[in-house]
Structures are given as structure tokens and as C-alpha cells.
Design a protein around this ligand. Structure first.
Ligand code: 13P
Ligand code: SF4
Length: 318
């Protein structure tokens, strides 16, 4: 899927040269570019595939190219590498890292295993390091967490690292005992309830679409809660013309592309992910040119971490 460039970018000669360079380098390296909905519009526009975390992980196992350029944060590149050990995975900006991926301690997992034994499953959000995945039994993303947790055979589920997604899942799977960990996405956590309420008062007809990484209070104001792909699909399917979007502003590119006549509002201080923002088109070209930014995963943790991702794909396909 090579995407149409929008307005200004297509007219800009430098940008056009950059895109032509990327197209040549992709061929030379037998590479494909994947991008998350949160990265800059021009990176999304230049990507072959754009999607949410689950889509990118699932897609990575079916691509014929030898090199995958993952325009996103570190855990996305690591997931693609774990699922495709024989392929080269390049991160345009290796320093772009999700802070939440590190927000759980090994002792938390060990204490839960000690307490609940075989009747405990450790479910880790894909926003986690390779090491955290290696301590876990199954991986989930925000688009499949409810389904997967509800189908686990164990009664007790330690959900790591995100307390907000964990609480959202616990509310929807009441027959399980979900144990929460205190990690969170600092960007979604900072969304101001006052700003959201003010925006709702200004646009009373707007539907509120929110990501489950938001706090309980913010989610209580939402008409729809879902992953980035779900938010985009909900806006597209809705009869409404106006939407208040409570997630990282990067989704606006795809929302406007799919729903050009609809209006989208963000809180006065919109969540911006500074790690996703570090990924630029110039860095995409540079990694293709130099081969720098290659993802390497710890060989000691990789087999168990891969198993948690494989299990996610298996559960999601049921
Ligand atoms: P999704 O695209 O799966 O909704 O994930 C959001 C996110 O925070 C990615 O880092
Ligand atoms: Fe991590 Fe939050 Fe950025 Fe997603 S938006 S990559 S959860 S910091």
C-alpha cells in the first residue's frame, strides 16, 4: 500500500527527492516500511503499511521482504525481530523507547507466581521490553487484551505493565481475578479531565473516542474505547460528524485520510508521544542507507519472549 502524499509534502521538491531516495533504497535492500499511527504524517505517508501495534506484529510474520523498517518505538522493532529472527529489522530512531515498557519489576512477577502457582497467567501488554515478555506467559495489545484474557485457562491474571489497560480489561472480564501493576503511559495519563469536559461542553454533539491507556476518570467520559485502529474504525463507521479524540495526536493523519468531511478535536494539551515524534522521514532514509539501527534481542530472553508473542497470535486467531 503506497500511500498518496497529501498537499504540501507532495509539492515540496526536497521531500519528493527524499521519497525517491527511500524508494530506491528499499529496492536495493529488499525492504518494507511499517509505521504506527502515532508517527509523523510524512512517515505514515511514505510507509507501505500503517497500523496499530497488533496489526504491525501480525503483519511482520507474513511479509516477503528480508528487511523490515519499523517506524515506531523500540518494543515494536523488538516484536518484529522476535517474530522474524532471520530477518533484519531496522529502527529509524533506536533511542525512541516507550517508557511504560520498563514499568514493572521482576519481583512483582515472582511474588504473584509464588502466591498463585499454576493458576496464574502473566499477561503482558506488547508495550514491554523483551525481558518483561520473557517473564510472561502471553502477550496482548489493546485491540485483543479483553478477548485473550477472557480465554486464558487460569483464574488469576497478573496484568503488566499498564494499570489502565489492566483495569479496563478487569472491568470487562469480571469472572477473572486481575492483579494490576502500577505502570502507565505518561502521555495518556496526563490527559486533563477538566480540558476534556470543557471540550465536550464546546462540542456537545461530538462523540468521544478514547484509548484504554487513559485513566478511569477520562474513560468514564468516552462513548467508545479502543485501540488506535478501533478509534479510526469507529469514527469511520459512525453517523456523527464530530469527534473528540483522546489519544496521541498522530492518529489525526489517518482519521482525516479516511474521513475527510468529519471534524476531530483534541484536548487543549493533546497527548503527544515524544518518542514516536523522534521518528522522521530523514531517519527512515538514513537507516535504509547505512543499515544502522538494527534491532538485536538478548538471546537469553528471546525464546520465551517469542513464545508470549506466538501465543498472542494463536489466541487472537481463534
Ligand atoms: P495501539 O496502536 O495498539 O492502540 O497502541 C497504542 C500505543 O500506545 C502504542 O504505543
Ligand atoms: Fe509508550 Fe505512551 Fe508513547 Fe504509546 S503513547 S509509545 S504507550 S509513551
Amino acid at each position: 500500500m503506497n500511500r498518496q502524499l497529501n498537499g504540501d509534502l507532495a509539492k515540496d521538491a526536497d521531500a519528493q527527492n527524499l521519497l525517491e531516495r527511500i524508494a530506491r533504497l528499499k529496492q536495493d535492500r529488499d525492504a518494507v516500511i511499517l509505521a504506527h499511527y502515532y508517527v509523523a504524517p510524512e512517515v505514515q505517508a511514505a510507509a507501505d503499511y500503517v497500523g496499530d501495534s497488533f496489526y504491525l506484529a501480525k503483519l511482520a510474520v507474513s511479509l516477503p521482504q528480508q528487511t523490515i523498517v519499523l517506524s515506531g518505538v523500540e518494543f515494536m522493532g523488538e516484536s518484529a525481530k522476535l517474530l522474524n529472527p532471520s530477518k533484519t529489522v531496522l529502527l529509524p530512531e533506536p533511542a525512541a523507547d516507550c517508557p511504560m515498557a520498563h514499568m514493572v519489576k521482576r519481583e512483582t512477577v515472582e511474588a504473584a507466581r509464588e502466591r498463585y502457582g499454576d493458576d496464574l497467567a502473566v499477561a503482558c501488554y506488547v508495550n514491554s521490553t523483551v525481558e518483561v515478555k520473557s517473564w510472561s506467559d502471553v502477550c496482548v495489545t489493546s485491540s485483543n487484551a479483553v478477548k485473550i484474557v477472557s480465554e486464558l485457562p487460569q483464574h488469576h491474571v497478573l496484568f503488566i505493565p499498564d494499570r489502565n489497560l489492566g483495569r479496563y480489561v478487569a472491568e470487562r472480564v469480571p469472572d477473572k481475578h486481575i492483579i494490576l501493576n502500577q505502570g502507565c503511559c505518561p502521555r495518556h495519563e496526563e490527559v486533563s479531565l477538566d480540558e476534556l469536559r470543557e471540550l465536550k461542553a464546546q462540542h456537545p454533539a461530538a462523540r468521544v473516542l478514547a484509548h484504554p491507556e487513559c485513566t478511569e476518570q477520562v474513560l468514564a467520559e468516552a462513548d467508545y474505547i479502543g485501540a488506535t485502529s478501533g478509534i479510526i474504525a469507529a469514527a469511520e463507521a459512525s453517523d456523527a460528524d464530530e469527534f473528540i479524540v483522546v489519544t496521541v495526536r498522530g492518529v489525526l493523519y489517518e482519521l482525516q485520510r479516511r474521513c475527510p468531511s468529519k471534524r476531530f478535536y483534541f484536548t487543549h494539551t493533546p497527548p503527544t508521544c515524544r518518542d514516536m515524534d523522534m521518528v522522521t522521514l530523514e531517519k527512515v532514509a538514513a537507516c535504509l542507507e547505512t543499515g544502522l539501527g538494527e534491532v538485536a534481542v538478548d538471546p537469553a530472553a528471546a525464546p520465551q519472549a517469542k513464545l508470549t508473542l506466538d501465543r498472542m497470535l494463536e489466541y487472537a486467531a481463534r
